[in-house]
Design a protein around this ligand. Structure first.
Ligand SMILES: [Zn+2]
Length: 416
């Protein structure tokens, strides 16, 4: 068998034949030529038998490694004039427009990005994290289910920070299918308006419930574009507010102790932060000791803690609407009588959003479901911190939590 024939079989590149193979000290170079005569626009389906001019372009793509060898595909391409996209270098079937990597290589990177961390990927495939970002942007644009905005009935809208300095992504999740279906850079009313704009009035009119936080932005947009939908408050936002209130009580108490000169007690309450903020079931042994000490000492920090835990328990699975209604009202009156300023404010906020909190329970938008997806998204966006664009961060979220099936190269080529 000739070397070029062997490489044709080996590489399985669509629509080309191998002209020559060369071994350089650090890589294998494979020169290929397109089988088709017609020129195809890299961006659309337009094709033509006519070249734009005689100029040719030398293009290079990185392909899957061959053993320890880095593998490069080279081709001489012609230029065409597309009525929509202007004068362009012709497209190739084995790589996406504008990419320096083959589709197989990009499929591998996208699959890895959805499974593992930055340093593993960069070391394994020998590209930097920003390049990973650009690859997954292309893959997610290409591979996301085009019907993902169809048949949406219960959705959630929430923001997540993808970088330090308050850079946000607004994400839309489909509660029924438990996946993220849409996202955009930014937060608040404007981001939500963009979503409803893309969804269109017909599909917006089909929405039954929209869950969100207690801020004014998303609610305003939802009332404007989908007035028939019930606004629900995601219970993890309610619990998060209680955790914040508890932290305020702890901090006030700590400052009091410090100003009274009780340094030892002050230190104890500073250390107590995590023991108080974590769920009791997740405490480490050391935190559990601190926790028991706090319990014995009683006082306002402990009172605040029991209030927070009582609120968290309301949203545990298994309670029906009637139970939750009674417990929410009981919590409001306990918090109002607590003489703890942050909990007084919390009681007022909950009273204001009582309807929406109960609507979430009534319509089955429960803590467990939304919180699991939310936690997954938060974990992913932390990994996206090194990306330079919001779109790359968004692509990582959609690859991992969205309607997309990632296929590895050998799975794609299973049936030649
Ligand atoms: Zn075109």
């Amino acid at each position: 068998m000739r070397v070029s024939t062997a490489f044709s079989r080996l590489l399985r590149l669509k629509g080309v034949w191998v002209k020559a193979v060369r071994f350089d000290p650090d890589r294998v170079l494979v020169e290929v030529a397109l089988r088709r005569r017609r020129l195809v626009c890299p961006e659309c389906a337009f094709s033509t038998p006519h070249r734009h001019n005689v100029r040719e372009a030398q293009s290079v793509w990185r392909h899957l490694d061959l053993g320890v060898w880095r593998l490069e595909i080279r081709a001489t391409l012609r230029r065409l004039s597309c009525p929509t996209h202007g004068v362009r270098t012709e497209g190739v079937p084995f790589a996406r427009a504008g990419s320096g990597f083959t589709r197989d290589f990009e499929a591998l990177v996208a699959w890895l990005a959805s499974k593992t961390d930055k340093s593993t990927i960069c070391r394994l495939v020998r590209i930097n994290w920003r390049t990973v970002g650009r690859i997954i942007e292309r893959v997610s644009k290409d591979e996301l289910d085009p019907d993902r905005l169809e048949e949406l009935f219960d959705i959630g809208i929430d923001e997540v920070s993808w970088r330090k300095q308050h850079r946000y992504l607004t994400l839309i999740c489909d509660h029924q299918r438990r996946r993220v279906v849409w996202g955009i850079e930014g937060a608040g009313e404007k981001a939500a308006d963009e979503f409803f704009g893309e969804l269109g009035s017909e599909r917006s009119a089909e929405l039954r419930a929209i869950s969100m936080d207690m801020g004014p932005g998303y609610a305003k947009s939802a009332r404007k574009h989908a007035p028939q939908a019930t606004i629900c408050i995601d219970s993890y936002h309610v619990v998060a507010l209680a955790t914040k209130a508890l932290d305020e009580v702890r901090r006030d108490y700590w400052n009091q102790l410090r100003s009274l000169g009780d340094q030892q007690a002050a230190r104890r309450f500073k250390d107590a932060r995590w023991a108080l903020l974590k769920n009791p079931a997740n405490l480490t042994a050391k935190q559990a000791v601190t926790y028991r000490k706090l319990k014995r000492a009683g006082g306002e920090v402990w009172r605040a803690y029991t209030l927070k835990e009582a609120l968290r328990a309301i949203f545990a699975p298994g309670l029906d609407l009637e139970d939750v209604t009674v417990l929410i009202d009981r919590f409001i009156s306990r918090a109002t009588r607590s003489h703890l300023e942050p909990f007084l404010r919390l009681a007022q906020t909950i009273t204001k959003h009582r309807e929406g909190i109960l609507a979430a329970i009534r319509l089955g938008i429960t803590q467990g479901r939304t919180e699991a997806l939310n936690n997954k998204v938060r974990l992913i966006t932390r990994r996206a911190y090194g990306f330079h664009t919001a779109n790359a961060a968004l692509a990582l979220v959609l690859l991992t939590c969205g309607p997309i099936t990632l296929t590895l190269p050998h799975e794609l080529h299973l049936h030649p």
